[in-house]
Design a binder for this molecule. Structure first.
Ligand SMILES: Nc1ncnc2c1ncn2[C@@H]1O[C@H](COP(=O)(O)OP(=O)(O)OP(=O)(O)O)[C@@H](O)[C@H]1O
Ligand SMILES: [Mg+2]
Length: 452
């Protein structure tokens, strides 16, 4: 306020001025001057007062605005001083604790916290850095919900630490939402597992159909051979009976066509035996697939594995595709034969699907070294290849570009999991044409078992 300090002095100068005659004339002028000055001061005062009032109402408005903001914030707000005493709280905190603001302000923060959380109070008031905690506050009748509380240091106008500001919100809500999400996720996983099981059942179905087809052939020729042998038996017993009755041996031998029977016997028996051996082989393969228990790992002969897988995949798909198989002699991998078989069948089936409709469909399966401790089974085709934009998706469950009923999108996902469980990996491999998948596995540690 521009108070004119010099003015009263000048007034005194005039009053105590020398000469009384001068006082009459000059006195009046002086008083007029004084009155004018006083008017001026008075109107200044008035102006300052209106200014002040305006400023005051602005300040009140700003304060009301801040208060209304603080009041309507649903998060709790607590301001503490450097000694850990509460300086201010917002209505949300009053609502949370059920204790009046008057009672809270001035009390220690520690006294407002649930007994288990009291130790945190000292750390909050004196902290130089912002921090986050999970705290409960005392309420009229117990303790509050768990709150996620963020505290930041508060500085005074000179930049000195003056306590802290705490804001917080209940995490019960968040936690409930998280739990609901977790439940949904678990249900999804369960559904996924069920689907995987279903897919496994479906592939088992395909396997059984393949086995039935495979067995049908030797069984039918064993059957046919037995019929022929039975006919020969009848012919031979007829020949022997006639011989005993005293017929002419040469004549009987010709009429019963005994030479043809004798000639035929060896290949017939050989063929039947071969059929029986094939059936035994198939059964042995099946036992190999079905009797591997989880964790039951042994060296697996990879050449035999890829050859069987190629046969089975071709059977399952029923396509006329040239599948070439080459293998490093004696290569083995440590693992469960049934599972590895499934992986290779999946890869070959995918390759067959990829080359469908090509004029020269080709699928190449090879087994080779991948470093000293690993072997690699590579399945390559001359199909359209995997587009770069889907290359990182093909191993995801249910990702498929095939139509409904043709593919579930689980093949590569299951294969990938099996490869990982074996301490190996399955990846898309670089190739000049089409697509190539590389399955890397740890080498077998001992001799492969001979089978049976
Ligand atoms: N050899 C390949 N060439 C081109 N694309 C391939 C090849 N192998 C897989 N893919 C792509 O990856 C997708 C996922 O393969 P995956 O084996 O997981 O499922 P699917 O073959 O579609 O169905 P499923 O195997 O469950 O019957 C396929 O739909 C296809 O788009
Ligand atoms: Mg597939």
């Amino acid at each position: 306020m521009p108070t004119e300090k010099g003015r009263p002095d000048r007034l005194l100068d005039h009053v105590a001025g020398p000469g009384t005659a001068a006082l009459d004339g000059a006195g009046e002028a002086m008083w007029l001057d004084v009155i004018a000055k006083m008017d001026e001061v008075y109107s200044d005062l008035l102006r300052y007062e209106t200014d002040l009032e305006a400023k005051n109402s602005e300040l009140e408005e700003a304060q009301a605005f801040i208060s209304s903001v603080i009041a309507s914030v649903s998060d709790i707000l607590v301001v503490v001083d450097a000694a850990g005493r509460i300086v201010q709280v917002n209505p949300a905190f009053v609502r949370l604790t059920g204790v009046s603001e008057a009672e809270i302000v001035g009390s220690a923060l520690a006294a407002r916290l649930a007994p288990a959380d009291r130790d945190a109070a000292a750390g909050i008031a004196g902290a130089a850095q912002p921090s986050d905690r999970e705290l409960r506050f005392l309420t009229r009748d117990g303790v509050s919900d768990l709150m996620a509380v963020a505290s930041s240091p508060r500085l005074d106008h000179a930049g000195r630490r003056a306590g802290a500001v705490l804001t917080g919100r209940p995490i019960g809500e968040l936690r409930r939402a998280y739990e609901a999400l977790h439940r949904a996720h678990q249900e999804l996983q369960q559904a996924q597992r069920k689907l995987v099981e279903q897919e496994k059942m479906a592939s088992l179905g395909r396997l059984v159909a393949g086995v039935a087809h495979e067995l049908n052939n030797p069984i039918s020729f064993v059957y046919g051979n037995i019929h022929t042998l039975d006919r020969y038996r009848t012919r031979l017993t007829g020949y022997l009976d006639a011989l005993h009755r005293g017929g002419d041996p040469d004549e009987l031998r010709r009429s019963h066509r005994i030479d043809a029977v004798v000639e035929d016997l060896a290949p017939l028996i050989e063929g039947t035996l071969e059929g029986a051996v094939r059936i035994a082989d198939i059964v042995r393969n099946l036992r190999r697939l079905s009797f591997t228990r989880p964790g039951d790992r042994r060296p697996v002969d990879l050449e035999r594995l890829v050859r069987t897988a190629a046969t089975w995949a071709a059977k399952a798909k029923g396509d006329a595709v040239a599948i070439s198989v080459s293998a490093e002699p004696g290569a083995t991998a440590e693992g469960q034969e049934g599972q590895l078989h499934q992986v290779v069948v999946n890869l070959i089936e995918n390759a067959i699907d990829a080359v469908r409709g090509r004029p020269d469909p080709r699928v190449e399966v090879s087994v080779g070294a991948a470093g000293p401790d690993m072997v690699e089974i590579r399945v390559a085709d001359n199909g359209p290849g995997v587009a770069p934009e889907i290359a990182d998706k093909i191993f995801e469950p249910f990702f498929t570009t095939k139509t409904v009923g043709e593919g579930t999108g689980l093949g590569l996902w299951i294969s990938y999991s099996i490869a990982r469980e074996h301490g190996g990996e399955l990846a898309l491999a670089p190739s000049a044409e089409g697509a190539a998948f590389a399955l890397r596995l740890p080498r077998g540690r001992a001799e492969p078992d001979a089978g049976a």
